[in-house]
Write a protein that binds this ligand. Structure first.
Ligand code: SAM
Length: 365
């Protein structure tokens, strides 16, 4: 990407959106559609595998309006986002701080936290040392300039600084209520060595992403019943089990023996598409690798019939028309439940641990 052409509109009329590298066109299609629905005209710029997209509006407040009106949770392919306040190019290695502070001047309110970011790409990750080194002097300078509030109070607003390389950075802001707290939208999760598979991290991230801490405690309480469709070797079952839930694990494949010893897990070699629980359960999770529309139909049936109160499931993305396919699946669920007047909430995200899939959370209200 040629640096001088990174943005063409004035600052504050553009958004920076982080996404998984390789999914720039889905991220762009989605934000463009959502802005259009709001009557905000604009266009997207992005390069394949850049790990981010820029949305530029022709209107002065177009980006601000879009950021305010579009719920972050309603975007599938955006992992993190902010309104661009300024773009620094040619940052001198001897003093990046002064220019960054200058670029941040004029943000609507002093920020409570500073997120130092890079795109989630190999080049981006190589800038981790720069981010670590600059944090303390930058925080001190931003605080002195009254652009960053001393730590302590409730988090209302975030200042984002996203380095593309050592000399180029976007500076922007986002209200804390409509964006996730993690740089690039990626939570730090610990891999537990007693988990039967690395897939365990996927459900861990989904629960962190979709549930508030209060909901986590209330909705994932010990003694609750859960069903895991496509459970083997047992990473998702393990996540539920370690929270004290009793899990019926459905899979023709074998489960890791350790989780069966817990007394909380029963394994049933059955087809996840035809299995029905004997009594309603709190949770159904589904990680079967299947056509996404079949999974959408299945989870809609579970919630419609009241077989589960809530479900977390994967939708495997096709090679082409990935954005359209996700929309088709979500529309099917909405339509099916809408027809039966079922009240529900549905959130879908491409999470950090998702590759060619997205993760969704459907909750019967
Ligand atoms: C990606 S793996 C699941 C990994 C699991 N979530 C974990 O954390 O370890 C997909 C599983 O779905 C199972 N599966 C696929 N189709 C199925 C079906 N129709 N019924 C039951 N299990 C199915 C496969 O046997 C496979 O074990």
């Amino acid at each position: 990407m040629r640096r001088e052409r990174l943005i063409t509109t004035t600052p504050r009329s553009a958004l920076f959106l982080h996404c998984r590298a390789g999914f720039e066109s889905e991220c762009a299609a989605e934000i463009q559609q959502r802005a259009q629905e709001l009557g905000v005209s604009g266009f997207c710029k992005g390069q394949p595998d850049a790990g981010f997209v820029l949305f530029e509006s022709n209107e002065d407040e177009g980006a601000v309006r879009t950021h305010r009106a579009v719920a972050f949770n309603s975007l599938v392919f955006t992992r993190q986002w902010f309104v661009i306040q300024g773009l620094c190019e040619g940052l001198p290695a001897s003093d990046r701080v002064s220019e960054l502070v200058r670029a941040a001047t004029g943000i609507p309110r002093a920020a409570d936290t500073l997120l130092l970011e890079t795109p989630d790409t190999t080049e981006g990750r190589e800038l981790a040392r720069l981010c670590r080194g600059i944090r303390a002097p930058l925080e001190a300078a931003l605080t002195a300039a009254k652009l960053l509030r001393p730590h302590g109070g409730e988090e209302g607003s975030r200042l984002h600084i996203c380095f593309l390389d050592g000399a180029t950075a976007f500076v922007g802001y986002a209200p804390a209520a409509n964006s996730p707290p993690w740089p690039r939208g990626i939570p730090r999760l610990r891999y537990h060595h007693d988990a039967p598979s690395r897939s365990a991290l996927k459900l861990d991230e989904a629960l962190l992403r979709f549930l508030t801490p209060e909901e986590s405690t209330r909705l994932l309480a010990p003694g609750m019943q859960a069903v895991d469709l496509g459970a083997a070797p047992g990473g998702w079952t393990w996540q539920l089990m370690r929270r004290g839930l009793s899990v019926t694990a459905i899979d023709n494949g074998p489960l890791a023996p350790e989780i069966l010893k817990s007394g909380l897990v029963s394994h049933l070699a059955a087809d996840g598409f035809t299995y029905r629980p004997k009594a309603p359960v709190a949770w159904m999770v589904c990680d079967m690798v299947e056509q996404p529309i079949r999974i959408a139909d299945l989870v809609a049936r579970w919630v419609e019939q009241g077989w589960c109160e809530q479900t977390i499931f994967h939708l495997k993305l096709p090679m082409n028309r990935r954005y359209q396919e996700v929309q088709r699946c979500l529309d099917l669920i909405r339509r099916r439940l809408g027809k039966k007047a079922v009240r529900f909430s549905l959130t879908c995200k491409q999470l950090y641990h998702d590759r060619e899939e997205v993760t969704a959370y459907l909750h019967r209200l």
